[in-house]
Write a protein that binds this ligand. Structure first.
Ligand code: ADP
Ligand code: ZN
Length: 226
């Protein structure tokens, strides 16, 4: 906390599953007082709560497909209308289709706002499958782990909080990860050109360390939103 942004910043993180959008969004949230808005998290919450939107989304998500623009826009607009987003938002996993990007442009211009920066996290596809298929998290504190790259120091206990329960997303397996990557290339990667045209595209090499990527993103956000 501490650094502030003066305008209502709208930062978009673009990148395939496993690129580190969620990890980086949480770090930017703390550093700049922005609010992370993950449509994946919002949808998983809707599934867990058994709302009509959640019931419609569940099977699509488990198969690695994209939930309909209609449902996604409904939950996003609902979240964007809450007062806590005053300093601005980091959109993580949204927009994911051309229709969603257009809807976002309209929603923002209706509020006299625009996209501050759309940051594309550039990564290697095969590494993403491996990252996503092996990842899981502590059920208590959310600390992330990986079957081969980041195991807890003491087997079965979380390094951060000592918790012994872990959770794995239903869609984090190799087969579904491939389908999600396919959906990313077919539907979402074309948005890179859209934001380039708007003059707000930034790209970051996201194969490096979490800290190095955070530094690069911090500089971009500071310039785009100060
Ligand atoms: P990841 O980016 O790691 O694939 P997310 O948590 O962002 O995971 O999303 C998980 C799933 O939720 C997606 O595979 C998709 O089914 C659904 N989803 C999330 N955001 C959107 C969106 N903006 N439009 C359509 N479907 C979405
Ligand atoms: Zn923990």
């Amino acid at each position: 906390m501490g650094e502030t942004v003066t305008t209502q910043a709208v930062i978009i993180l673009l990148g395939p599953p496993g690129a580190g959008k969620g990890t980086q969004a949480r770090m930017l949230e703390e550093r700049f007082g922005l609010v992370q808005l993950s449509t994946g998290d919002l949808l998983r919450a809707a599934v867990a709560a058994g709302t009509p939107a959640g019931l419609a989304a569940k099977a699509v998500m488990e198969a690695g497909g994209l939930v309909s623009d209609e449902i996604v826009l409904e939950i996003l607009e609902d979240r964007m209308s809450r007062p806590d987003i005053r300093a601005g938002v980091i959109l993580d996993g949204f927009p994911r289709t051309a229709g969603q990007a257009q809807a976002l442009d309209r929603l923002l211009s209706g509020r006299g706002l625009g996209v501050s920066a759309a940051i594309s996290l550039e990564v290697d596809d095969e590494a993403m499958i491996d990252r996503v298929a092996g990842r899981y998290a502590c059920a208590d504190c959310g600390e992330g782990y990986h079957d081969t790259h980041k195991r807890p120091a003491r087997a079965g206990a979380c390094d951060k909080c000592g918790g012994t329960a872990f959770r794995r997303r239903a869609d984090d397996n190799a087969e579904t990860a491939r389908e999600r990557l396919r959906a990313y290339h077919a539907e979402t990667a074309p948005l890179i050109a859209h934001y380039d045209k708007l003059g707000v595209l930034r790209t970051v090499d996201a194969m490096g360390s979490i800290a190095a990527i955070a530094t690069a993103l911090g500089t971009i956000v500071q310039r785009a939103a100060a």
